[in-house]
Design a protein around this ligand. Structure first.
Ligand SMILES: Nc1nc2c(ncn2[C@@H]2O[C@H](COP(=O)(O)OP(=O)(O)O)[C@@H](O)[C@H]2O)c(=O)[nH]1
Ligand SMILES: [Mg+2]
Length: 309
């Protein structure tokens, strides 16, 4: 989280504590306290990074590489085929979310639901510090015209602010992949990364340059950035972070470039949230004092000075 967001969040927490203290005697204070609490939650929640792509494109390998451990045994994942949201938690935790956003502890009854119902999401909590900065959504193979699979992908898109499209270097960025990516919301294109996995299987520097040139021409308009990486190497490396040549190998396999790109997008999302929180406060204030809505330029100027701060 960047410093200005942390500061704003502290101020908001102090505000709703003060409002709570007088809420019993004031309906208005109660309403304001709830408003401020919602604002604080929306502002500080780690942005979610959605991993998408065809089956075997390296999504789960990248998810593991980004958090430095195997999220769930492959045997469970292979049988469930539901999206997986990985978030920070002091202790490892598993929770199943089904229709109407109801959540269940992962007991036998929930496991039955998991195999019988569609539209479920698994929430995995792990004590991994990086997950305080961004959460991950790993999706099963690409939607294939099956109605509930498409619905599931759309739901996953709604929950995410950043998206990584995984594609294998050997057949990168096929027409079928392009069609799905183009159908996604523009905001995900703006915050999208094309992750080309399997760079270790590309034959030499010349082939790699050729691939990069083709993707520059065909895909760069649809993404914030592009990384060509050896995802399996990155995954293996992240599990041994104390090896001598870690930094050099992390750079060589492309893990570092992906990390930097994700963190840049996370900062952008946090800045945009801060701006919209300020707008919400100004709108609410204007409504409270019965004024007209403040004009957009004034709000934008207010927001950008906050972002620059
Ligand atoms: N050589 C190589 N294998 C990879 C790479 N990325 C993934 N794999 C392998 O490809 C297979 C499918 O990867 P997985 O992450 O399960 O794909 P998913 O279906 O998109 O989640 C696994 O056996 C991985 O080890 C890579 O960059 N290089
Ligand atoms: Mg997978």
């Amino acid at each position: 989280m960047n410093l200005s967001i942390a500061e704003v969040s502290r101020e908001l927490a102090a505000s709703h504590a003060r409002l709570d203290a007088i809420a019993a005697g004031s309906h208005l204070a109660g309403t304001l306290s709830r408003f401020v609490r919602r604002l604080d939650k929306g502002l500080t929640r780690p942005p979610r990074v959605l991993l998408m792509g065809e089956f075997n494109a390296g999504k789960s390998t990248l998810a593991n590489a980004l958090i430095g451990r195997e999220v769930l045994p492959t045997s469970i994942l292979a049988n469930t085929r539901v999206p997986l949201i990985v978030h920070f938690s002091e202790r490892p935790a598993l929770m199943l979310e089904c229709r109407e956003h109801r959540r269940h502890n992962l007991d036998e009854a929930a496991l039955r639901l998991l195999s019988s119902e569609t539209g479920c999401v698994l929430h995995v909590g792990l004590p991994v510090e990086d997950l305080r900065t961004f959460e991950l959504i790993d999706t099963p193979g690409l939607a294939s015209g099956i109605a509930h699979a498409d619905e599931m992908l759309l739901d996953a898109c709604r929950r995410a602010q950043i998206a990584i499209w995984c594609t294998r270097a050997a057949q990168a960025w096929k027409a079928s992949e392009q069609a799905v990516w183009r159908s996604l919301p523009r905001r995900l294109h703006r915050n999208g990364i094309l992750a080309v996995t399997g760079s270790d299987l590309v034959n030499g520097e010349r082939e790699r340059e050729k691939l990069d040139g083709r993707l520059q021409a065909e895909a760069s308009d649809y993404f914030f950035g592009r990384v060509i990486l050896a995802a399996a190497d990155a995954d293996e490396l992240r599990r041994a972070p104390h090896s001598d040549d870690y930094a050099q190998r992390w750079q060589a396999c492309g893990g570092h470039a992906l990390d930097v790109m994700i963190k840049t997008l996370v900062m952008q999302v946090m800045d945009a949230r801060q701006l919209s929180a300020r707008r919400a406060i100004m709108r609410a204030t204007a409504r409270l004092v019965g004024n007209r809505e403040p004009n957009a330029e004034a709000v934008a100027a207010e927001g950008s000075s906050a972002v620059a701060a």
